[in-house]
Design a protein around this ligand. Structure first.
Ligand SMILES: [Zn+2]
Ligand SMILES: [Zn+2]
Length: 349
């Protein structure tokens, strides 16, 4: 692929204001590769950053942390990657020295920064990154799927946190991108039955087409009714996953449905002022409430393998595609929600 001298990038200059700029194409430094970015997804958290309301990601910044592309140049000392390789990126900048970094748990690094939020990310044509952030993808994987490894890894990490067993019946709350990936990850990790609940029929239909063992449409029936239909009673679930976020209402519902001794994993981002009325039951019912934050290197490698084998799929998840030059329109949709969407994908070529 040709290497230009100048490139286009989009900078969030202030809340609500994206500006296209030209910038020199960076060079691959020592230990780095230069990537021509070809696809970049818009994350559920991007509208919050766009509005200047993300607590850790104030503008100015170049957004975009879910991207894929092709290596066009490798820097000194990089041996395992070569120009022409199609890749995706684990968007963590870490210190490389703290105890968690030494265990390759980049999500728990004391100073982890995410590119596309806390440092400049993928809303540009070229980016130079340390080779260890860059993961080759199999030939069978599309660039679109490769740009969705990041959200898939969020779900996979949460599923790994739960310590699933082959007897487990699972309920995922929320059939958005993260919920659908969490559902697929639980299946891929061998849970006996994986159910999902939401209020949006289209999302539930998509979840069913991607392998959900049963869906509960809370617009049509209560969770108790749905669980009785699917697993014989309202308390048949062994592992719960919160993929909604908010102020605690979903956690409350999960705790009230949880049988004694069961496990709840919190993947959705709870907002400040979150209030969980049923919290006392954690003790009384000996529930395990586990946090889950992003993903680490092992998650990335395993998700890429599972997607390559077709065990985690993306068919039907991308509802809208925009050329990079129409980024403002893409954000107008993501922020103002004029129509329903799931994943919005940007094309840089
Ligand atoms: Zn994301
Ligand atoms: Zn560290």
């Amino acid at each position: 692929m040709e290497r230009k001298k100048e490139m286009l990038l989009a900078r969030l200059v202030e809340p609500g204001k994206l500006r296209f700029e030209t910038a020199p194409v960076p060079e691959a430094g020592k230990g780095q590769v230069l990537i021509r970015i070809l696809r970049c997804g818009i994350c559920g958290s991007d509208p919050t950053t766009f509005k200047g309301m993300h607590p850790f990601c104030p503008p100015p910044v170049v957004m975009g942390h879910e991207f894929s592309g092709v290596i066009v140049e490798v820097g000194e000392g990089v041996e395992e990657l070569a120009a022409g390789r199609r890749v995706t990126v684990l968007p963590h900048l870490t210190c490389g020295e703290c105890p968690r970094c030494l265990e390759h748990k980049s999500n728990l690094c004391e100073t982890v920064k995410c590119i596309g939020g806390q440092a400049d990310g993928g809303h540009c044509e070229y980016i130079a990154l340390d080779a260890e952030m860059v993961y080759p993808i199999p030939d069978s994987m599309s660039l679109e799927s490769a740009a969705m490894v990041e959200p898939a890894a969020v779900g996979y990490h949460g599923a790994m946190r739960a310590g699933l067993t082959p007897d487990d019946q699972v309920l995922v709350f929320g059939a958005g991108t993260i919920g659908i990936f969490t559902m697929q990850a639980c299946k891929a990790l061998g849970a006996k039955a994986v159910y999902i609940t939401d209020m949006d029929k289209d999302r539930l239909r998509l979840a069913a087409s991607l392998g959900a063992g049963g869906v509960i449409d809370q617009g049509e029936e209560s969770l108790e009714e749905g669980l009785t239909r699917l697993c014989g009673g309202p308390h048949g679930i062994d592992k719960f996953f919160e993929c909604v976020g908010g102020k605690g209402a979903v956690l409350d519902k999960m705790i009230s449905l949880a049988r004694r001794g069961t496990t709840l994993v919190m993947i959705g981002i709870q907002s400040e002022g979150c209030h969980v009325e049923k919290l006392p039951f954690l003790g009384e019912h000996e529930l395990s409430l586990l946090g889950s934050n992003m993903y680490d290197a092992r998650d990335y490698a395993e998700v890429i393998a599972l997607m390559g084998e077709g065990k985690i799929r993306t068919e039907g998840m991308i509802t809208h595609t925009y050329k990079f030059g129409r980024l403002m329109e893409a954000f107008d949709l993501a922020v103002n929600k004029r129509e329903k969407f799931m994943k919005i994908m940007l094309e840089m070529d």
